[in-house]
Design a protein around this ligand. Structure first.
Ligand code: GLP
Length: 209
């Protein structure tokens, strides 16, 4: 799919999970006619190492020979709600062909934290403690308790969704995602209602399936 449609409109996550995939596709794919929407963003100033835009630049965009068009949620916009509405409308205007997702240990997708439902739209969110703790892993230079995220509603509207899961520490998460009750307590479970989802897991993440 990545190679098949040069005009692909895709939504991409950041974090540690997609890094090997990005490394692999960077040298092989022509993204010059593609459009990339960055899945979510932390309420941090521009350039912070933990900003999703900083991570995607480092892990993928800077490695590409031809840059796609990139749209992102700007947490420093004067009116975050208006910024979310702008982003959601840019996504809706043409839709998403492919959305790649990681998953948090609490079952979040993007920053759709526990409590999010399939009707949750693109919005400003308060981070779970787990997501805040994760900021250190990404080298954040300061703390934040909020972020902006593409909503589950928009994620679920994507023509195709790839859920990427990597590492033994995600084995329980993947088992719950696949077999646990479908519930807002573990938002990734809503992907089971989408019917267009492919799970890409490494052996250690798949060890409890
Ligand atoms: C982060 C991001 C998500 C990401 C997830 C998993 O907080 N907001 O977009 O997919 O948590 O991150 P990681 O791949 O680093 O485990």
């Amino acid at each position: 799919m990545l190679a098949a449609d040069p005009k692909l409109r895709m939504c991409l996550p950041t974090g540690s999970t997609p890094r090997p995939l990005y490394e692999q596709i960077a040298g092989q794919s022509d993204f010059s006619d593609a459009t990339v929407f960055i899945l979510d963003e932390f309420g941090l100033p521009d350039g912070d190492p933990a900003r999703c835009s900083t991570m995607l630049e480092r892990d993928l965009l800077s490695l590409l020979s031809s840059r796609p068009k990139v749209d992102r949620l700007d947490p420093m916009a004067p009116d975050p709600e208006a910024e979310c509405a702008r982003f959601a409308s840019a996504v809706a205007d043409g839709g998403l062909g492919l959305t790649l997702l990681g998953v948090g240990r609490n079952g979040h997708v993007g920053l759709n934290e526990p409590g999010s439902t399939p009707e949750s739209t693109t919005r400003r969110v308060i981070l779970s403690q787990q997501s805040r703790d994760g900021l250190n892993r990404y080298g954040a230079e300061r703390d934040t308790d909020w972020g902006l995220t593409l909503g589950l509603e928009e994620v679920l509207s994507s023509a195709e969704i790839w859920l990427l899961v990597r590492g033994a520490h995600k084995a329980d998460v993947l088992a719950s995602a696949v077999r646990g009750p479908i519930s807002s307590d573990f938002p990734v479970t809503y992907l089971r209602e989408a019917g267009n989802v492919i799970v890409w897991a490494d052996e250690s993440a798949a060890s409890r399936l």
